[in-house]
Ligand binder design. Structure first.
Ligand SMILES: C[S@@+](CC[C@H](N)C(=O)[O-])C[C@H]1O[C@@H](n2cnc3c(N)ncnc32)[C@H](O)[C@@H]1O
Length: 313
């Protein structure tokens, strides 16, 4: 079994996908305590180190290094500030890459990284990885094309060590809106239709404030969900809620008065493509559950990227 080291591992979205594609994850790391609780409950065989990645001075040998460094600085949900320290955690990934010298690496990040104001940071990452001795490929993938019932576009950077003489080719998804040749997108109904309609205690009940209603948070049963976010207050509506109608720019309101609720953290996990039996220990409050789920890489998407690596092990 090929081995992998995982950094910025969160609750294990990327690593569940990696595990499914046949990797033995020998080390994982994250600074967030609840992420570690969820990770260890679901991937108990991995040596999970809780703490700042900067404090890890020695890494085990591994064939593959993966890392999804934080994205607050680039993401629409975060503060778009290119100077924030959090935007530079890729240097820690680069440090690990040079120490481990794996045959391949995979990085995932938000699509905002390709935005003009951040392009220099993306280019800097690619340059560093090339200088570390890798042939680097970069592309943006649409999670829906890989069987995830959610609009989520993410940038992937994949490198193969130069001495292998190969370049990574990104996989093509099996799903599309154009049904001539592909399978249809998986829908919200497919993913959560079997779950209880009113799962008390599992969804955020804060008021729908003006910011919430500044965009369309509604998606119907037969659509894909909008992006699952980490902030509980901003999570989309469950499809049994009334639809929203646009009043004017940045202002939406409910079409009817019926009861409305946000998606539960468990529904969000399903819409991210986590397994049905994913465990969320009750060691922290609900907002932490939403947070680790919204921060995660959809496991089927990561699985597809890892499975497309050539057989170099
Ligand atoms: C985009 S999320 C990773 C998601 C994860 N790969 C998954 O699929 O579930 C980024 C993670 O980086 C972690 N993080 C932020 N700063 C860190 C640091 N200095 N050291 C270790 N982890 C850090 C955050 O707690 C967060 O879980």
């Amino acid at each position: 079994m090929p081995t992998a080291v995982s950094l910025f591992s969160g609750c294990g979205g990327s690593d569940i996908g990696l595990h499914a594609s046949g990797f033995n994850i020998v080390l994982a790391n994250d600074v967030l305590r609840y992420a570690s609780d969820v990770y260890k409950a679901n991937l108990p065989e991995t040596d999970f180190r809780l703490g700042d990645v900067a404090e890890i001075t020695a890494f085990p040998r591994a064939d593959l290094l993966v890392g999804c460094y934080p994205c607050q600085g680039f993401s629409q949900g975060g503060v778009r500030d290119p100077s924030r320290r959090i935007n530079y955690l890729y240097r820690e990934f680069d440090r690990a890459l040079r120490l481990i010298k794996p045959k391949a690496f995979i990085v995932e990040n938000v699509s905002g990284m390709r935005h003009a104001s951040f392009r220099h940071l993306l280019n800097n990452q690619i340059t560093r990885f090339r200088m570390a001795g890798y042939r680097v490929s970069c592309d943006m993938l649409d999670a829906r094309e890989f069987g995830v019932p959610q609009e989520r576009h993410r940038v992937f950077i994949v490198g193969l060590r130069s001495d292998l003489g190969m370049r990574y080719e990104f996989p093509k998804g099996e799903h599309a809106q154009d049904l001539d040749t592909k399978k249809p997108f998986v829908t919200i109904r497919d993913a959560i239709g079997d779950l209880p309609e009113w799962p008390d205690g599992e969804f955020n009940t804060e008021k729908f404030h003006w910011y919430y209603l500044s965009r369309n948070r509604y998606r119907g049963w037969d659509e894909c969900s909008n992006t699952i976010v980490a902030k509980a207050r901003h999570v989309g509506l469950h499809p049994t809620s009334p639809k929203l109608k646009r009043i004017h720019t940045d202002k939406w309101e409910f079409e009817t008065e019926g009861p409305a609720r946000r998606l539960s953290f468990r529904e969000c996990a399903r819409l991210q493509g986590f397994p049905k039996d994913m465990k969320f220990p009750d060691t922290f409050a609900m907002n932490e559950k939403y947070k680790v789920v919204g921060n995660a890489v959809p496991p089927p998407l990561f699985n597809a990227v890892a499975s497309a690596l050539p057989d170099i092990w």
